[in-house]
Ligand binder design. Structure first.
Ligand code: NAD
Length: 447
């Protein structure tokens, strides 16, 4: 048993109280002090790059070629340390005459939220824990992290990396599952950063309400890729296939389903099929492959397999893929045609290597289709026609969008990242992540 897992409630309360006291000190920390801490963290991340590859492979055979999760963490640290001093500066604003005008001083200062809780997922366990941690620390908070129990090797490594850099009263990792998460949610955290499914997200928000903790909710949903007739089909198919089957389809911001015009569907499907078979082979990568990740565990495998079987039993046709193996939690990259929008596969987030292709008559129909469903985390448009692409963006709502690619917005530290409605609340990364972990406090000094 891990030391953390045997922590009694009393010990946890002790860590929490020590973090509360430390948070009061860190509140006064300078940009230079925070930068020094982040640079030490960066060194530990760099020293563990190979260990990250190994842990991710042990967890779900994530191939080394797809396991560069530390890259974005390092880019984030570099970006934040370059800008933090400027971001932390109080912002001077004018004062109305009836409040003293120029004789008064009005400013907005940024304060850390205080003691934060992270509940993080398994699909990019290192990236989705350590990248937001950069924002949290830059803003001067303390934090208790509970990584996912479904990727135990990665969670253990996260704990080791953290313990090599931070004392417990600054950052503390507590491994465990939903029971440990519930225990943590009883504590009066100031901010809760949750990444995971929407169902559990609602449980977390209810618990946050007991203490009026602010929340960042990074959730999931069904992200469409809309193919306009003007798109470069070969280019679009290449990008969609790569981003979809990366990590075995277990990416919250990847394409969940495709919408293409009914007149051009066969042509686009031919491009997708050709690309999949070129990248993974006509029979798929195979259960021996070390270049293709697996579904994270048998429960998730069975869930995705059920979606596939149900679709095939109810009129969907298999274009390529569909190979499964129960022992290996393996499903080959799978392309589906003739998918009825009322099937289960179109009702829940797939989060696996199944790619349904649906059709529209006009671009307006595609827009209506998206607007009749929950607001997605990502919406992607492939088009060479700027007017058409702009029309799709301005007529829909999504957490983020990319024109002529999928999910690349996540890679930019200049862009805010997050969901909207059912796909999330709050914004992360770069300046926006720093702000999400800060309180804006107005200070008015009167004569
Ligand atoms: P999950 O909801 O099962 O688990 C996420 C975290 O919540 C884990 O740490 C888990 O231990 C904890 N948890 C589980 N049950 C809990 C409970 N009853 N009370 C409190 N905490 C609990 O999510 P997951 O399966 O790990 O991740 C997959 C989902 O996450 C997908 O829907 C995906 O789209 C979404 N996701 C979103 C983003 C994003 O940035 N928006 C990123 C990755 C994943």
């Amino acid at each position: 048993m891990m030391e953390t897992q045997t922590l009694s409630k009393v010990d946890l309360a002790d860590v929490f109280q020590r973090q509360q006291r430390k948070a009061l000190q860190l509140k006064k920390s300078t940009a230079q002090e925070r930068i020094a801490r982040l640079l030490k963290f960066k060194e530990a991340v760099i020293a563990n790059i190979d260990n990250v590859y190994e842990a991710l492979y042990k967890d779900y055979k994530k191939p080394k070629e797809e396991a560069f999760e530390t890259d974005s963490v390092i880019v984030e640290i570099d970006f934040v340390t370059d800008h933090l001093e400027k971001w932390m500066n109080p912002q001077a604003v004018p004062t109305p005459e009836d409040l003293g005008g120029e004789a008064s001083v009005s400013k907005i200062i940024l304060e850390p939220k205080g003691v934060c809780l992270f509940l993080t997922p398994w699909n990019y366990p290192v990236l989705l824990t350590l990248r937001p941690l950069v924002s949290c620390l830059a803003a001067g908070n303390t934090v208790i992290i509970k990584p996912s129990e479904l990727t135990p090797h990665s969670s253990k490594l996260i704990k080791e990396i953290i313990e090599s850099v931070f004392p417990k009263d600054e950052v503390f990792v507590m491994e465990g599952g939903a029971d440990v998460a519930s225990e943590l949610l009883d504590l009066p955290f100031n901010h809760i950063f949750y990444t995971g499914g929407t169902r559990v997200g609602k449980i977390v928000m209810k618990a946050a309400a007991n203490h009026m903790a602010s929340v960042t909710m990074e959730l999931g949903g069904k992200c469409p890729s809309i193919i306009d007739d003007s798109a470069d089909f070969a280019d679009a198919a290449g990008k969609i296939v790569w981003t979809k089957f990366f990590n075995c389809g277990q990416t919250c911001i990847t394409t969940d389903y495709i919408l293409v015009s009914e007149n051009r569907k066969d042509e686009f499907i031919a491009h997708l099929k050709g690309t999949i078979e070129h990248m993974y082979g006509v029979d798929g990568p195979g259960i021996e492959s070390s270049k293709y990740a697996r579904l994270v565990n048998n429960n998730h495998y069975q869930r995705v397999k059920r979606l596939l079987d149900d679709a095939l039993e109810n009129g969907a046709t298999l274009v390529t893929g569909g190979k499964t193996n129960d022992e290996e939690n393996y499903i080959s990259p799978t392309l589906l045609d003739n998918v009825d929008p009322d099937l289960a596969i179109m009702k829940e987030e797939i989060f696996g290597p199944l790619l349904p292709v649906l059709t529209y008559k006009t671009l307006d129909d595609a827009i209506d289709f998206v607007n009749q469903r929950e607001r997605p985390l990502g919406l992607y448009v492939y088009s060479k026609d700027k007017v058409a692409a702009d029309k799709v963006i301005s007529s829909t709502t999504a957490g983020g969008s990319v024109i002529n690619h999928t999910f690349m917005h996540y890679m930019s530290p200049y862009l805010p990242f997050g969901g909207v409605g059912n796909s999330g609340i709050g914004r992360g990364n770069g300046y926006f992540g720093f702000m999400d972990f800060s309180n804006q406090r107005p200070v008015l000094e009167m004569p």
